[in-house]
Design a protein around this ligand. Structure first.
Ligand code: CAO
Length: 416
């Protein structure tokens, strides 16, 4: 029976991608789980596995093609019994869209796959093998993150990056599986694609950037009074006014005063690209993991405009409805955990930016007034600024947090 293979929903708000490899050919055989096509989107490289075993009867795409969800990719003459059931395409789609609903996976030792260095038991596409051969890289040293331990292009790039960072040809061997169940009950929870991508980026940022975190507080008692007034105005317009838009605006004031915080190092690390735009990335906690959409031209928008945009963008981030371009281009990032709690944390810089602001939960505190010689209750916001010490020195870091504190203490600056 001939089955038509279409591009499933890729999730994460991605609705199209470019084909980087087509490892199968017309007349060739594919087994269930084997890779049919490798895609590159703005966010990741992805492999689309086959849900059937059989012979490829038609290949309707080639390298470089841009494909969208639902596009016809292949026709397969199947031999699977399951193929006689009517809902095969829906099942295929769901299996990619909702990996968390798959039956609980069992820990599978992978060492057999990768321990044969460069041998046929390493699972990788022809393109990855070719690149590894050209660069004389032993694929057996790489732990694959693709389907069935397959080594993806990203895995190979990560391995090369690690080698370059350590300046050594010696890298740690792949981790061996540990049977944790020997010490008690365990549950295996699959990481989402966003978890994996974010994890790699955070690790690279942590390793590449010499971080310094500078902490401070701001007395936002007066600003909070103004926020409550605006909150009422926003409520009538159906918009929730939280504290974050004030922070976004306040940050742009300081970035204009100290433009080095609104820059990036160029690829040779010889020049600073100082930006004259103020697009603020906002870390949003979503069920699939952390996403950082960018709010553009924050310096030109009112608090109510920003509140509205923030509601929209965070809602769409949680529903995986962001467009890829909305995740790019920020010049500075804010990670606010103030709505949840905590007194302070050290955020990780979001490359290629050079600084990030972490915001914690405001609290009423007794503050000593030396003129009246008494304590007065004030609403205090703790925050921390992490920066790339190659670009920003400690004195500038201290000036930044002092200026931010002063600006947040003056509600007049936010009235327009
Ligand atoms: N101090 C005290 N209260 C605060 C606060 C702070 N610093 N920041 C927010 N709040 C309050 C808000 O004002 C709101 O209260 P009201 O209803 O009385 O106005 C409440 O907490 C909930 O706010 P919120 O979290 O819904 O909204 P927000 O605009 O502050 O944040 C968003 C939006 C999208 C950033 C947030 O929902 C979120 O996802 N935060 C997590 C970000 C994250 O995970 N960062 C970590 C990255 S590193 O792993």
């Amino acid at each position: 029976m001939i089955k038509e293979i279409t591009l499933p929903d890729l999730g994460e708000g991605i609705d199209s991608a470019v084909i980087s490899e087509v490892p199968v050919t017309k007349g060739g055989r594919v087994t269930k789980g084997g890779v049919l096509v490798v895609l590159e989107s703005d966010k990741a490289s992805m492999e689309i596995p086959s849900d059937y075993s059989g012979e490829i009867s038609e290949v309707l795409v080639k390298e470089g093609d841009k494909v969208s969800t639902g596009d016809l990719l292949f026709k397969i003459e199947t031999e699977d019994k399951i193929d006689t059931e009517p809902k095969e395409v829906v099942d295929e789609k769901n299996s990619l869209e909702k990996p968390e609903k798959e039956p609980k996976p069992k820990p599978e030792p992978r060492k057999e796959q990768n321990s044969l260095r460069g041998g046929d038991n390493v699972f990788a596409s022809p393109g990855v093998r070719r690149l590894a051969r050209e660069l004389n890289i032993d694929l057996g040293l790489i732990l694959g993150s693709g389907a069935k331990g397959r080594i993806t292009k990203e895995d190979l790039h990560g391995h090369i990056r690690l080698k370059m960072q350590t300046g050594s040809t010696q890298v740690n061997p792949p981790k061996r599986p540990i049977d944790f169940s020997q010490w008690g009950d365990v549950e295996l929870q699959k990481l989402t694609k966003i978890n994996k991508i974010t994890g790699k980026r955070l690790q690279a940022a942590w390793q590449e950037i010499p971080h310094v975190t500078q902490c401070n507080t701001a007395d936002i008692t007066d600003l909070e009074i103004f926020r409550k007034e605006l909150k009422e105005e926003g409520r009538q317009a159906g918009t929730k006014v939280t504290f974050l838009p004030f922070l976004m605006r306040a940050v742009t004031f300081v970035l204009k005063e100290i433009p080095r915080f609104n820059s990036s190092l160029d690829e040779n690390e010889e020049n600073l690209v100082v930006k004259d735009y103020f697009h603020i990335g906002v870390a949003v906690d979503t069920p699939s993991g952390l996403m950082v959409p960018s709010v553009r031209d924050v310096d030109k928008k009112t608090i109510l405009d920003l509140s509205k945009e923030l509601m929209d963008i965070s809602e769409r981030a949680r529903n995986k409805k962001l467009r890829p371009d909305e995740l790019k281009g920020s010049s500075f990032t804010i990670s606010s955990l103030g709505g949840i709690g905590g007194t302070g944390f050290s955020p990780i810089v979001n490359p290629p930016e050079v600084a990030i602001l972490g915001v914690s939960k405001s609290e009423w505190k007794p503050v000593y007034n030396k003129d009246n010689k008494d304590f007065v209750p004030r609403y205090i916001l703790p925050f921390s600024l992490s920066y790339d010490h190659r670009v920003v020195d400690g004195a500038s870091g201290a000036v930044f947090v002092e200026r931010l504190s002063a600006i947040l203490g003056d509600p007049e600056l936010f009235k327009e």
